[in-house]
Ligand binder design. Structure first.
Ligand SMILES: [Zn+2]
Length: 289
């Protein structure tokens, strides 16, 4: 206390009552504010941690045959990182991670993250949809003639609540379908009621792919001139030839029951960038076969 004027604390200590109550209300709000801030940050950190990818999705595994070829002669093992132009569906329900190609083994392996909680299952139609497809559906709705599941009032369930599964296929623009050489998969499935996520992390390895890398954009003399011709395939129309893209290789994802195509993207053509890499054998934890 100076000059006969009470500062706040002293005033409140000496005059309990109306002013004192306000002091405690202010304090309560202050602590409530701190508590809310802490909770918000904790929630953000929790979501970041929980949504982190399983390391398998970025770890090249290849098949047992390819790994044996590597062990025979590591110095001769030709191995590339591949950068597909379109590597995810619009809303990210499907996302490619760390795609690789072994020229020695003739294998292409894509890392794939499937955000199952984003996929929807329509009970009335018996079909799976990605968020992009449901958005697309709405475009055809007219006021008196609705078509989309949402406009028709159909029941859309989160796909993890159903037993629906998906399947994968790699094929090329010549119609050739490639066999699976190895598949590794890990699932993160957390359901707290108010918060649910289900991610599946895959390494999808396909064999019998002998790509003509001499024609790849990084190996072509006239790369600057031909760069613009390789248009990304649109999700809807699948296979199309573009310029000097050569044989195009696609990865498609289907509803395993109805065979509806949920996503397709070009994972390799002559205009897809590649980068030579050294292969490393994965930890045994990543190999199930
Ligand atoms: Zn429907």
């Amino acid at each position: 206390m100076e000059n006969g004027i009470l500062d706040n604390e002293e005033y409140e200590a000496k005059t309990p009552g109306k002013r004192g109550a306000w002091h405690y209300v202010k304090k309560a709000f202050k602590y409530l504010f701190y508590a809310l801030m802490t909770a918000a940050w904790a929630a953000v950190i929790f979501v970041i941690v929980i949504r982190g990818d399983d390391a398998i999705v970025k770890t090249p595994v290849l098949s047992a045959r390819a790994r044996a070829l590597y062990e025979e002669s590591p110095g001769d093992f030709e191995f590339y990182r591949v950068y597909p132009t379109v590597f995810m569906s619009e809303e990210g329900a499907f996302q490619l991670k760390n795609c690789v190609y072994s020229a020695t083994a003739g294998e292409y392996e894509a890392g794939l993250r499937v955000a199952w909680t984003q996929l929807r299952y329509c009970e009335q139609c018996g079909r799976l949809y990605t968020p992009d497809q449901l958005e697309q559906q709405k475009k055809y709705d007219e006021e008196d003639d609705p078509h989309s599941c949402a406009a028709l009032g159909h029941t859309l369930l989160r796909a993890p609540e159903t037993d629906r599964t998906i399947r994968y296929e790699v094929f090329d623009s010549g119609g050739k379908v490639y066999e699976t050489a190895n598949t590794e998969s890990r699932v993160k499935n957390i359901n707290l009621g108010f918060f649910a996520i289900k991610y599946e992390y895959l390494r999808l390895d396909f064999g019998g792919l002998y790509l003509d890398l001499a024609q790849n954009i990084i190996n072509r003399e006239s790369s600057a001139a031909s760069y613009d011709t390789g248009e990304a395939v649109s999700a809807g129309d699948g296979v199309s030839e573009a310029g000097d893209a050569g044989t195009r290789v696609f990865l498609a994802i289907y509803d395993a029951v109805t065979d509806d195509r949920l996503f397709v993207t070009c994972i390799y053509d002559n205009n897809t960038y590649i980068e030579e890499l050294g292969y490393e054998l994965p930890d045994r934890d990543y190999i199930t076969q």
